[in-house]
Design a protein around this ligand. Structure first.
Ligand code: PLP
Length: 393
């Protein structure tokens, strides 16, 4: 991304769901801990104490933003680690059936699959229906863990946690409720939106913090067993020397996003709506995957997921990249290769139609110029690919 600064052709970055640029507030908070200040917070001298104070203050700020007590915050090395601690940790403390939604991120899906979890489906808009969850829980006695994400990483669908949580409490009274709020954290007030969850995962780099640091809220009384054993940090729940700069950056980014959230969400939703209207108007046979009817109240403000007929995502992403537009098909694995999306499959979208899936995700640093660039480049790229294979002639 070095090309972003001072390059002749500024990149249009529309991949905030993958990672976001660092907010200036996070950078400023981190700098002293990268340059001069250091210390292992577990030590017993002045240098260590300064680091411990920084961690304590960060914990207080994170707790205030997430609506929990400071001693309910467990700092982790990523959102993936927070999800794994939640799923595997609860399963270890209280073995029993696990229920997840069919559209979870792989960081929940894979550890849950290893526990033979059952999945509740979603409707065509990607939303878990309370009666479907109730029906699954009714035929799955003794469930000890339910994990339903706050918002989806591919299509941006927000799950109705406030409606789903009472269903869990009624039909699985012994279950802990986990929500992966890694994508939601940039946009929702989690103190309200995730108030009903016993466990909440977040990851700093999705809301303007640094990569490689996350947190899991574990409400008091939730059964959980540590998955990393060692020095006993984080009240024995996550051993490992703290990433002080990272944790300070996470807290500063979260505080900045909380302060700016409403204005940022309004501004970015406006840009997203403009992009959606422009692209579906300019590209024949392109539709909004989770909002075919154009109603977007159930979507994160920053995510626009399109299904474009007659093109392959990989070829489209190549042309966009060439033109300086960073986007994603949202179903890539770590190798960068495209794999079939379990999210789109769960929404009932035929495999053939998903070949042209495209995720454009905006965030705190997005501008009208980014939207203009995509409107310039994308319709032409689609036309070029379609004419190459003879579609629409
Ligand atoms: N959960 C969701 C919904 C995500 O979108 C991601 C990252 O894409 C993760 C978990 C994993 O977070 P991290 O990249 O911090 O490991």
């Amino acid at each position: 991304m070095a090309a972003m600064v001072g390059s002749p052709q500024r990149l249009a970055y529309l991949d905030h769901a993958a990672t976001t640029p660092l907010r200036p507030e996070a950078r400023a908070a981190m700098l002293p801990w990268l340059d001069g200040q250091f210390g292992n917070p577990s030590g017993a001298h002045a240098v260590a104490r300064a680091a411990r104070t920084a961690i304590d203050e960060s914990r207080d700020a994170v707790a205030a933003a997430l609506g929990c007590a400071p001693n309910e915050v467990v700092f982790t090395g990523s959102g993936t680690e927070a999800d794994n601690l939640a799923i595997r940790g609860v399963a270890a403390a209280r073995p029993g059936p696990v229920v997840i939604s069919a559209v979870e991120h792989h960081a929940v899906l894979h550890p849950a699959e290893a526990l033979d979890a059952r999945a509740v489906g979603v409707d065509a808009r990607g939303v878990v229906q309370p009666d479907e969850l109730a029906a699954l829980l009714a035929v799955t006695p003794g469930v000890t863990l339910v994990s339903i994400m706050a918002a989806n990483n591919e299509v941006g669908v927000i799950q109705p946690l406030a409606e789903l949580a009472p269903v869990v409490r009624r039909h699985a009274p012994g279950a802990a409720l986990h929500t992966d709020a890694v994508q939601a954290a940039a946009w929702l007030d989690l103190a309200t939106a995730a108030a009903s969850a016993d466990l909440i995962s977040v990851s700093a780099h999705k809301f303007g913090g640094p990569q490689g640091v996350g947190a899991l809220v574990v409400r008091r009384g939730t059964p959980i067993r540590a998955q990393l054993l060692g020095g006993g940090q984080e009240r024995e729940l996550r051993s490992g020397t703290h990433n002080v700069a990272g944790i300070v950056g996470l807290a500063a980014a979260l505080a900045a996003k909380t302060a700016q959230r409403e204005a940022e969400a309004r501004r970015v939703a406006g840009l997203r709506d403009q992009l959606a209207a422009g692209l579906t108007g300019l590209i024949p046979d392109a539709w909004e995957t989770a909002a075919a009817d154009g109603r977007r109240a159930h979507l994160l403000p920053g995510t626009l997921h399109l299904t474009i007929a007659g093109v392959e995502s990989e070829a489209l992403l190549f042309l966009l990249d060439e033109a300086g537009v960073c986007a994603s098909a949202a179903s890539a694995c770590a190798s960068g290769a495209q794999e079939a999306s379990h999210v789109l499959a769960a929404m009932g979208i035929p495999r053939a139609a998903t070949a042209g899936a495209l995720r454009l995700s905006l965030g705190w640093s997005s501008t009208a110029a980014d939207v203009d660039r995509v409107l310039d480049v994308l319709p032409a790229a689609v036309a070029r690919l379609r004419s190459a294979v003879g579609v629409g002639r």
